[in-house]
Ligand binder design. Sequence first.
Ligand code: SF4
Ligand code: SF4
Length: 452
Amino acid sequence: MTTTSDPLHALYTDEAEVRSELARVQDICHGCRQCIDLCGSFPTLFDMLDRMSKPSAGLLTPAEQDQVVSECVHCTLCAVDCPYGPQQNDRSRNGSAGNGAAAQQADVDVPRLMLRARAMQFEHGHLAGTGKKAARVLARPDRVGRIATRVPSIANAVIGSKTGSRRRRLLARLTGVSADRHLGTFAAQRFSAWFRERPTIKLHRRQAAVMVFPTCLVEYQATSIGKDLVKVYERNGVECGVSSARCCGAPLLHAGDIAAFRKVAEKNLSQLATEIRDGKDIVVPQPACAHVLTVDSVEHVSSVDARVDAALVAEHTYDASGYLVGLHRGDDYVLDTDFEGETHRRITYQASSHMRARGVGYPSRDLMRLTGARIEVIQEPSGVGGIWSLRTRTDADDSTTQRLAERVAAGTGGVVASDSHLASLAIAERTGMMPIHPLQVVARAYGIPDEI
Ligand code: SF4
Ligand code: SF4
């Protein structure tokens, strides 16, 4: 059995190897059970094993294993505090307290194992019917976004219609996209077009320069996040450009199409590396996409050139809030803390799973704190780890989303904030409250008006 997480390993998608490795890790998880509340995947696994007189994950059928894998939304959260996982290995290597020896022996890394299992399913044709349809639509958000933003009223009449409605059920049958999830709507003008067409801005005091990697969600749907990002950055002397790189490829990766993902990743890394060599840092307003650029892409590309580009991109790519907080903490930079606009005494903030998994701390919380607000941090995951989790799933366990919604609804903040647009849509779906991005909290605090 191979315990590899290396997508370039010859046995990476070997079905027998992957299924043995799933069984080995699932037995450890069953003994541990720490992640029971993180997603639908763990309770499904534990229910299956608890029904056996002598629980053993090796006795699960391939269909049962596939169901457990299918319920993973690739939020990466189960790696954060796993006592047998990669972070324990890191802590042990760094000499801090940790469970290093046991972790090295157990070698549990469920998020990477789920990516491996998904790649195995894709290669061996185990994607169920709606999964195949969804792979043609959800896995290509650039293509869908380009078409939808040309005819936004038609696109929005379909995807913006009530969840569960006849129109949404028809869409689900045709495309494999869930009829029950809030999908958001498309903008009439793409973020990059807005950026190109606006008057040239003369910076008061140039302190840094970045390229915004807009992500599909900001480029085609939540364009106001990108507009506020640029305005907040420019107010703080950070010159902005918009990267020519395309979708990070997350939906392809999560659908298991690693050959297509590798192609996209190599192209993007080459483009981003050129922009970095030109003196720019890269900022990303969506945490799942930042994770793909700085972690998954690095691990999946194969050529020597692409690996060099990947290392450079990982070093120079930042979450949108993290970049500003990093500058603020440095010695040579002055962040404008003159907040004469709309501020809040308390803000309820849903912390991003992908930012926690990357160990970057809570930069959005720290940035919003500068406005004078007390930040109530909610750690619950959203149950929507990326666009691929919006496919129709007969096995969908939405208790994760529901738990988050209940925590948010009980929050005391005057406003709800989240870095992830998909998490925001999930919260809005259950509570009726649409969170805003932390940079939008800062934009309003500066008195920058909302621009739809
Ligand atoms: S992933 Fe780690 S923490 Fe979570 S249940 Fe498995 S062994 Fe426990
Ligand atoms: S990565 Fe997230 S969704 Fe997948 S098994 Fe781990 S906690 Fe669950």
